[in-house]
Design a binder for this molecule. Structure first.
Ligand SMILES: Cc1ncc(C[n+]2csc(CCOP(=O)(O)OP(=O)(O)O)c2C)c(N)n1
Ligand code: SF4
Length: 477
């Protein structure tokens, strides 16, 4: 008889050197826990499919957080519940990779409930293993969305009560209501027969991804003796007696056969297409030639703030749009107050000769404030040597900083003289470009039509920009 040698999967580290603690030869899972079994089934499947080199495991927050210690594959540690979103990015950027999202019920069904629904609904070509142990194991046994009615947890010491905590969510059934998923099955770990079924489901979910068929989710019922405060044997019994009734095993969707094996589809991002759409110079074509401003105004990081309705966000967009036309890397992100109008609004804008790492402006080199609360809130953030532009009509208490430049601008008064208070944002824009010389007027004017839909308002906007510029020039003369 041929000798069969059983050994650990190659995709599983033999010794867990990545674990910084002294324990290098056993996993951190509690005795009897299902996580260990499932990770073994996955690692064996990865071996047998010969995909170790291109597999990327998305580890969640939860007891399986340390997938990185064990899987000899690519690993990404995801923020709580966000594995499906991170998996989407990886898979789309590297369609040839095999992306496995491994998540617990707290991770997938609570904090990540929306992420999984959206990824499944988009039909991302990923494989999701969803470990349902009806509790938060890692944090000591709190209620999970899958906790059974009556089940005692540390946060439901009298048992889950539907009136207070709602009903257990059946994830497999819910995902199977969506159009896109290819394969959804619920299996359990407990006895040899069911573990074998789980093994088949694991392989099918991965095979679907290898064949580019689309989204697969395998829900795996698994015991958590520590969280349930039971022995492993009692846990098995409890799963058979109670969990199975709430979470029936079975295939909830299987379109694996009828879905054709597909070619890898790389989502191609065409920069040129975007340039054309935005009417920007094509690659290789010269952007408008703009002279560099003085060193202190180069690569500005701007924060613009005021009330909602003052056109603060639009002013930021104008600067970004004009910046693009002048060949800068740009970013713009808005931050809204809770109200649509009348609330606070601010936006962050970067114009840079280099690629922009983060669009967030935490230490602005230019702060524009069009009301007092904005100055009070953001004045201290401005980088030393930076510039604060404030609307004197709306900011009665001027800035107190002595290590920054101040531009006191009666923007709203000038706008009123032009007959339209709401044009004050363009007065500020004009003053800023004149003061810093970051962008020529012509480039700003060329950007206006892209953002101002009512073309009859273009002359007024241009006039306002010019008025702002004239104010700065008059200051200097
Ligand atoms: C943003 C955030 N919120 C809460 C936590 C605390 N936390 C750690 S694990 C966990 C839940 C884990 O439960 P589950 O996903 O069911 O995995 P299990 O531990 O049972 O395998 C929570 C809430 C956290 N780490 N991060
Ligand atoms: S707490 Fe529960 S889920 Fe976590 S390792 Fe222990 S038995 Fe497994």
């Amino acid at each position: 008889m041929a000798e069969k040698k059983l050994s650990k999967a190659d995709s599983f580290y033999k010794v867990y050197d990545r674990n910084p603690s002294a324990i290098k030869d056993v996993t951190h899972y509690c005795p009897g826990c299902g996580h260990g079994v499932l990770t073994k089934l996955i690692a064996e499947a990865i071996d047998d499919f010969g995909i170790r080199e291109r597999t990327i495991l998305m580890s969640p927050v939860g007891c399986s957080v340390f997938g990185y210690y064990y899987f000899r594959t690519g690993n990404i540690q995801c923020a709580h519940g966000r594995a499906p979103a991170a998996a989407t990015g990886i898979k789309r950027a590297y369609p040839e990779s095999i992306v496995i999202s491994y998540q617990g019920d707290g991770d997938l069904a609570a904090i990540g409930g929306n992420e999984i629904v959206q990824a499944a609904n988009r039909g991302e070509n990923i494989t999701v293993f969803f470990v349902n142990n009806a509790i938060y194991g890692m944090t000591g046994g709190q209620l999970a969305p899958t906790t059974l009615i009556g089940q005692k947890t540390t946060t439901t010491p009298f048992g889950r009560n539907a009136e207070n905590e709602g009903f257990p969510i059946r994830v497999a059934e819910m995902i199977a209501t969506l159009e896109a998923p290819v394969y959804v099955e619920r299996v359990m770990l407990g006895d040899a027969k069911n573990t074998n079924k789980a093994r088949r489901a694991v392989r099918k979910g991965i095979q679907n991804q290898i064949d580019n068929k689309g989204f697969s989710l395998i829900e795996v019922l698994s015991v958590c003796p520590s969280g349930w405060k039971m022995t492993p044997v009692q846990s098995k019994q409890w799963m058979n007696d109670f969990m199975l009734k709430q979470f029936p095993l079975g295939v909830y969707r299987d379109r694996s056969e009828e879905t054709a094996v597909r070619e890898n589809r790389r989502h191609v991002f065409s920069v040129d297409g975007i340039r054309e759409k935005l009417e920007l110079p094509q690659q290789g074509e010269e952007a408008v030639k703009v002279e560099k401003p003085a060193a202190e105004f180069q690569n500005p990081r701007l924060k613009l703030a005021g009330f909602g309705g003052q056109g603060i966000l639009m002013m930021g967009l104008m600067i970004a749009e004009a910046g693009m036309r002048a060949g800068y890397h740009v970013s713009w992100i808005p931050s809204y107050g809770p109200e649509m109008r009348g609330g606070t609004a601010n936006c962050h804008v970067n114009l840079s000769e280099r690629r922009i790492g983060s669009p967030v402006v935490s230490k602005p080199t230019v702060l524009v404030v069009m009301n007092q609360p904005s100055l009070d809130k953001f004045e201290r953030e401005v980088a030393p040597g930076g510039l604060i532009i404030y609307d004197t009509a709306l900011v009665p208490n001027p800035p107190t900083r002595t290590d920054v430049r101040l531009l006191a601008l009666p923007a709203t008064t000038i706008a009123d003289e032009l007959g339209n208070t709401r044009i004050a944002n363009m007065v500020v824009l004009g003053a800023y470009i004149a003061y810093s010389r970051i962008l020529p007027k012509e480039v700003v004017f060329s950007a206006l039509p892209a953002l101002i839909k009512r073309k009859n308002l273009l002359p007024l906007n241009e006039q306002a920009v010019e008025k702002g510029m004239a104010f700065v020039h008059s200051m200097r003369s």
